[in-house]
Design a protein around this ligand. Structure first.
Ligand code: M6R
Length: 366
């Protein structure tokens, strides 16, 4: 059942190239230049007339929502807010019938996310579900939706659900950007072509496994970790930190790299590993100077870079390479080494990777 892998989590990490293919199969027709998504097509006017999109989710799904915020605003130019479902439901949010609420949930059973969509429906919003489990409560209670088609995710730590959620949301943003005229025909085709290359590039990212294992061995006893990223990769930093916390029980924090100087930099000393996402299209020069700041305070730098990087390689203690892609698609690749890092550290610390203490696969309590 684990397909020869030691844990479900590792199996699911390695399933990502195919999971992404399954997610866009039948939807993305690259040569024809078509993105077909019934849940969007059937309600296209709603989407095109929406004042804004509010994304509600928890945990990793909330991180996918943050990535989607950047992607939707960039491609479709529709204002997006991303809310923790648990916060959204307990305040008195301003929602109208011109709002679209997108609920993201792997399980489709998360209690807070369910309650958030109930509230949104009462206030007249159109609710769109992005779920993985077919027939799940949230998928049934939404007005429309799109499944991620990642296949069953058994490990409590979400991996392939995250990358497939981003895939679905990218397809939606591209489709809407084309429909509302914010994405030109040539840009649209270029994005489709790049998206089609992602599964192979995820595969390439997975080949760093042994190298990541060696890095994990060096830092497995650290008490703390920092994760930094900017732009589209800021939510990936949050996600990397969450993965490490939940399965290895090491305290970790994710931050937008530029916020470091407003506080967290005080934590940095030779005991502090800092994972920095430093791919070349994402404010590279700025990230390089953040890395210099860490280095001058003796922090240990593990950098995620693009193949062929030169500058960061000179500064970092370790680099892990991922292929180059559009900045907007880079979270689909930069997240892979962070999943592997948390996995190997957890295994080395003898933690129960697939069923970490105090956690359940779906949180059906409020
Ligand atoms: O099933 P959902 O996507 O609604 O679950 C949301 C969170 O509970 C979930 O992502 C959780 O944070 C994971 N354990 C993270 O790996």
């Amino acid at each position: 059942e684990k397909g020869g892998y030691e844990h479900f989590m590792l199996k699911e990490i390695h399933e990502q190239p195919n999971a992404v293919i399954d997610t866009y199969r039948g939807r993305m027709l690259v040569n024809e230049g078509i993105i077909r998504m019934a849940g969007v097509d059937d309600h296209i006017e709603k989407f095109l007339n929406a004042n804004r999109i509010i994304i509600v989710a928890c945990g990793t799904s909330w991180h996918a929502g943050l990535v989607a915020e950047y992607i939707f605003e960039d491609l479709a130019r529709i204002p997006v807010e991303v809310e923790y479902a648990s916060e959204f439901r307990y305040r008195n949010p301003i929602i109208t019938d011109k709002d679209i609420v997108i609920a993201i949930s792997q399980s489709g059973e998360t209690a807070d996310t369910r309650a958030a969509i109930q509230l949104a429906k009462e206030k007249g919003a159109f609710v769109f579900g992005v779920c993985n489990v077919v027939g799940s409560t949230i998928s049934r209670e939404s007005d429309a939706g799109a499944y991620t088609h990642a296949g069953p995710e058994i490990g409590v730590a979400s991996t392939k659900a995250f990358t497939t959620q981003i895939t679905v949301l990218t397809l939606m943003a591209l489709k809407l950007g084309k429909a509302n005229g914010n994405v030109s025909a040539s840009d649209y085709h270029m994005h489709l072509q790049e998206l089609a290359l992602i599964p192979e590039k995820i595969k390439a990212s997975l080949t760093s496994d042994a190298h990541i294992q060696a890095i994990s061995d060096i830092y497995k006893d650290s008490a703390n970790f920092l994760y930094l990223g900017r732009g589209f990769n800021f939510p990936v930093a949050l996600e990397g930190a969450l993965k490490l916390k939940e399965i290895s029980y090491i305290h970790a924090e994710g931050y937008p790299a530029a916020e470091m100087k407003h506080g967290p930099i005080a934590l940095i000393d030779e005991q502090m590993p800092v994972v920095v996402i430093a791919t070349k299209r994402g404010h590279y020069e700025k990230v390089v100077s953040n890395i210099q700041e860490i280095k001058s305070r003796s922090g240990k730098i593990i950098a995620i870079v693009n193949e062929g990087d030169v500058h960061v390689k000179e500064l970092a203690d370790h680099v892990i390479e991922v292929p180059d892609t559009l900045e907007l698609l880079s979270p689909l690749l930069t997240t892979i080494p962070l999943q592997l890092l948390s996995y190997h550290i957890a295994v080395m610390r003898d933690c129960n990777v697939d069923q970490p203490r105090n956690l359940a696969k779906s949180v059906t309590v409020e």
